[in-house]
Design a protein around this ligand. Structure first.
Ligand code: PFF
Ligand code: NA
Length: 465
């Protein structure tokens, strides 16, 4: 007999709800803000291909492992790993994977909210026509003026954190599940509208060339590692978010026609999430680059692309007020569903410790908010207080995304591939095709850890050099 998943926190209503929730976590600033600018910086097409490869051979196997561990444990990442470590009869030190994950989710939440709140402000600005007819200098000044105003930024940071925690406080069924069922369809519709609009602009074919012409002479060793790192960040791996969501995944579905119960295959479910995440990243590129090419603007200018160049493009095209505000609304929806998943691991853990959900959400929200204030101030008052990797914000970002995230992913791969009993992993995965299972196992045991170690060594080395 298959046992039902009865996580104390609740279970997703169906396999599709899990897919929506995991896609909600995956699709975020990583797709809409980060993917287009690193593609721009790394020369376009060839980088895109490389990135797709990394999603397939590193991203999907590790995501599968993370969901598998989560569903097996059925608890918050910390207690899931405790449980799995004792079931596997290994030292409780392995529970450190869960602690590391929950901690990095908490750290990322703090600065993710700070950046996401810029998009919240920009939605408002775009809608009131602030970018109408703007020049390049004015657009830059507009962004700098926002950064220089700590009170304004604190206001939007608080609002974004509140939005996040209101959903988390309502729980898996009443909050998370409801939110993603509204946000995700909205996000896909908005993206389709924006890509449709981009096809009507004169720069569309140049943009398609830029994104999909695979010129391998442009590839560098660094691009490979940027691609591995992006695969991690974009799929929300290594930090407990996906493990927590896996814990709420049902074990079987009831077939509509026959009424029989069928086990849910984790691998194929994860593949759908990865494909949707990739489609959104490519869609974001297809929505943004045509505008830049149409306006004859720079494509390789880095992080400022979304907040400086894009308003410039929207400000000087027909329909720019409408499409500009829809664009930033899209960013807000995407970031919101991601930040919910960043709050969940720690909140679920506190609930297991006996707190009510509401109390746990308030506590985590306040803590992450307070830490996020440091990130907000990094752009103005504390701008010149730099240490190690740079400002407070730079350090938070570096520590969580460059150190803790690959480390978490590495340990997850090792636990799933080497520590856990093979028969248990295979049973939990529910893969019917044995060859496919062998491919997964080889990737998660050898290939993914090797790729992550390379990434790790390289990024630490380039940070200190
Ligand atoms: N995957 C998200 C993005 O691409 O924006 C970022 C993220 C969300 C990372 C949640 C980690 C996480 F736990
Ligand atoms: Na993503």
């Amino acid at each position: 007999m298959k046992q039902e998943n009865k996580s104390v926190h609740g279970v997703w209503g169906s396999r599709w709800v899990f897919i929506l929730a995991a896609t909600g976590s995956a699709v975020g600033l990583g797709n809409i803000w980060r993917f287009p600018y690193i593609t721009g910086e790394n020369g376009g097409g060839a980088f895109v291909l490389l990135y797709l490869l990394c999603i397939a051979v590193v991203g999907i196997p590790i995501m599968t492992a993370e969901v598998m561990l989560g569903r097996k444990g059925g608890l918050s990442p910390i207690n899931t790993m405790r449980k799995l470590a004792s079931e596997s009869k290994v030292t409780q030190r392995w529970a450190g994977i869960g602690i590391l994950g929950a901690l990095s989710a908490f750290l990322i939440l703090s600065f993710y909210s700070a950046v996401a709140s810029w998009a919240l402000y920009y939605t408002w600005e775009a809608a009131r026509g602030a970018f109408d007819g703007i020049t390049a200098t004015q657009s830059e000044a507009h962004f700098d003026t926002m950064l220089a105003n700590p009170w304004l930024m604190l206001g939007f940071h608080s609002l974004f954190m509140l939005l996040t925690m209101v959903v988390v406080a309502r729980g898996v069924k009443g909050g998370l599940e409801k939110a993603v069922q509204v946000l995700m369809p909205l996000l896909f519709v908005l993206l389709l509208v924006l890509v449709g609009y981009a096809t009507t602009t004169p720069g569309f074919s140049d943009a398609m060339n830029f994104l999909f012409a695979f010129d391998f002479s442009k590839l560098t060793g660094k691009a490979v590692l940027v691609a591995v790192g992006q695969a991690f960040f974009t799929l929300s791996l290594g930090m407990g978010a996906i493990m927590a969501y896996g814990a709420y995944m049902p074990r079987e579905v009831t077939d509509q026609k026959t009424g029989k119960k069928k086990p849910i295959s984790i691998l194929s479910t994860v593949a759908i999430v990865a494909i949707l995440d990739t489609l959104v990243a490519l869609g974001a590129g297809m929505a943004m680059f045509p505008l830049l090419f149409s306006g004859g603007l720079e494509v390789g200018q880095g992080p400022g692309m979304m907040f400086v160049t894009l308003p410039l493009a929207f400000g000087n095209i027909p329909g720019g007020v409408l499409f500009g505000s829809l664009f930033f609304l899209l960013v807000v929806c995407a970031a919101w569903s991601s930040s919910i998943s960043l709050g969940e691991p720690v909140v679920a853990w506190l609930v297991e410790k006996g707190l009510t959900r509401v109390k746990a959400a308030i506590l985590v929200g306040l803590g992450a908010w307070l830490l996020g204030v440091g990130s907000v101030l990094s752009f103005n008052v504390w701008e010149d207080n730099t240490f190690l990797a740079g400002t407070f914000f730079d350090n938070m970002e570096f520590l969580s995304t460059t150190v803790m995230l690959p480390l978490g992913g590495l340990l997850i791969a090792i636990f799933a591939g080497w520590v856990m009993k093979e028969t248990q992993a295979r049973k939990e995965l529910g893969i019917k095709n044995f060859k496919l299972y062998l491919v997964w196992r080889a990737l998660v045991r050898i290939f993914s850890p090797a790729a992550v170690i390379a990434l790790f060594v390289y990024s630490i080395w380039s940070a200190v050099a």
